[in-house]
Design a protein around this ligand. Structure first.
Ligand code: FES
Ligand SMILES: [Fe+2]
Length: 427
């Protein structure tokens, strides 16, 4: 449970809010690279952290991300002409380069140098791992580009998708570090989804509905250990990584690809659920890629605006017969929409003053505390928050069976670090 002012602090990320300023310390995913597929392609509207922006790719292949609206009289540059190394406003022809600099003002006298004085707010936009990343903080504090493993492995080993989720980023993210819901909400899919089925870990997951949580602080966030009973008195551990502000890696299953999320605020009542699947040591198979593109695993079938086809306007295509028969636990199909439906059902920003938290919520409780502490340090003493440093990002999740007397954080120390070319610890 949080006090109202704490809930406000954690859920508001506009430019002038404390968390908004801290969120702008990080490189965050802004678009899929495929949204800007070629030079001089149509520009794309992007809303991030409550700022309305326009992204484009110029004639030379440089990416730009800047204010959506023309400095002249506020026309949306989505209507612009992307030509000759700049985006030209269709109203009176003002033209901007990828840095937001106005480079042409064709309705002014030819000798006028006024264009030089006009510059739109702009942010860097850089491709890595099929994702276009941006950094929206002060230029003098810009850290090196993010190095999460999913974005660093060779392209055939990784796949990323995104979907629009109609609720605040924090309640979506809290679902990602809540290992306890998997045995309920997703129980119908664990043994049937092509990207999950067949691992020994699934049986432990379904066989023990009362995991014991052990949450330990990591340099960049938290290790969230969930312990379930395995055979011969041993324990099956699933260790989720949470790296601030909103990056998670779900523990792997068998030799399946490893997946996780980034939750990025669009505004305070909407977020992007980014979903990645990668394997540290092998290419993804054609069958895996086909399943991901078809919305299996943690991915979703979406329309051209990245809104899921099953959404709140059609009750997520609720299937009561499937719910009754136990094919799905909630009646909704697929992990992604199972998560989205229940998280959106809480309302755009859930009222955390009314919660009733229990022991299996300890990961969520500690993540909130860590965020609140980081905001305080950042606002009062300008402390760089956890998760900005590259070594905080070079982490992995793990699933392993351990003897009962071995603390997971000691036994799993090495496998929780991303070592290129080394297979993940998985059961
Ligand atoms: S509004 Fe853009 S050039 Fe006039
Ligand atoms: Fe889930």
């Amino acid at each position: 449970m949080l006090r109202k002012e704490q809930n406000d602090l954690l859920t508001r990320t506009g430019p002038d809010t404390p968390f908004g300023r801290m969120f702008r310390c990080y490189w965050i995913p802004a678009l899929l690279a495929e949204e800007l597929p070629e030079n001089d392609c149509p520009p794309v509207r992007v809303k991030l952290l409550s700022e309305r922006l326009i992204a484009f790719r110029d004639t030379d292949g440089h990416y730009g991300l800047m204010d959506e609206f023309c400095a002249h009289r506020g026309v949306s540059l989505w209507f612009g002409r992307n030509e000759e190394c700049g985006l030209r406003c269709p109203y009176h022809g003002w033209k901007y380069d990828v840095t937001g600099q106005c480079v042409d003002m064709p309705n002014e006298p030819e000798q006028s140098a006024f264009a030089k004085k006009v510059k739109l707010q702009s942010y860097p936009l850089v491709e890595r791992g099929g994702v276009l990343w941006t950094y929206m903080g002060p230029p003098e504090s810009q850290p090196p580009l993010a190095e999460y493993e999913f974005a660093m492995v060779p392209p055939p080993q990784t796949y990323t998708s995104k979907r629009w989720q109609e609720c605040n980023w924090l309640q979506a993210m809290e679902g990602g570090i809540d290992s306890s819901h998997v045995s309920f909400l997703h129980r119908g899919d664990i043994n049937t989804d092509p990207l999950f089925k067949g691992s020994r870990g699934n049986q432990y997951n379904l066989g023990d509905l009362r995991p014991v949580f052990e949450v330990v602080e990591s340099a960049g966030g938290l290790f969230i250990g969930a312990r379930r009973n395995a055979e011969n008195g041993q324990y099956y551990w699933r260790i989720t990584q949470w790296v601030m502000p909103s990056f998670t890696i779900i523990p792997p299953r068998g030799n399946h690809s490893v997946h996780g999320h980034f939750w990025i605020p669009i505004d305070d009542e909407n977020c992007w659920a980014w979903s990645f699947d990668y394997h540290p040591t092998r290419d993804l198979t054609d069958a895996e890629l086909a399943a991901m593109r078809a919305g299996k695993g943690i991915h979703a079938k979406v329309d051209t605006n990245f809104r899921p086809i099953a959404n709140k306007d059609n009750d997520y295509l609720m299937d009561r017969a499937a719910q009754k028969a136990g094919r799905t636990y909630s009646g909704i199909e697929g992990f992604a929409l199972q998560d989205a439906s229940i998280q959106e059902s809480m309302g755009p920003i859930v009222d955390r003053t009314k919660e009733t938290l229990v022991s299996t919520d300890s990961g969520i409780i500690m993540a909130r505390q860590r965020l609140l502490r980081a905001i305080k340090g950042f606002v009062e003493q300008d402390v760089t928050p956890p998760g900005v440093a590259l070594e905080h990002q070079r982490v992995r999740s793990a699933a392993l069976v351990l003897p009962p007397d071995q603390p997971f954080k000691d036994a799993a120390r090495e496998v929780l670090i991303a070592h290129p070319g080394v297979a993940p610890a998985s059961v």
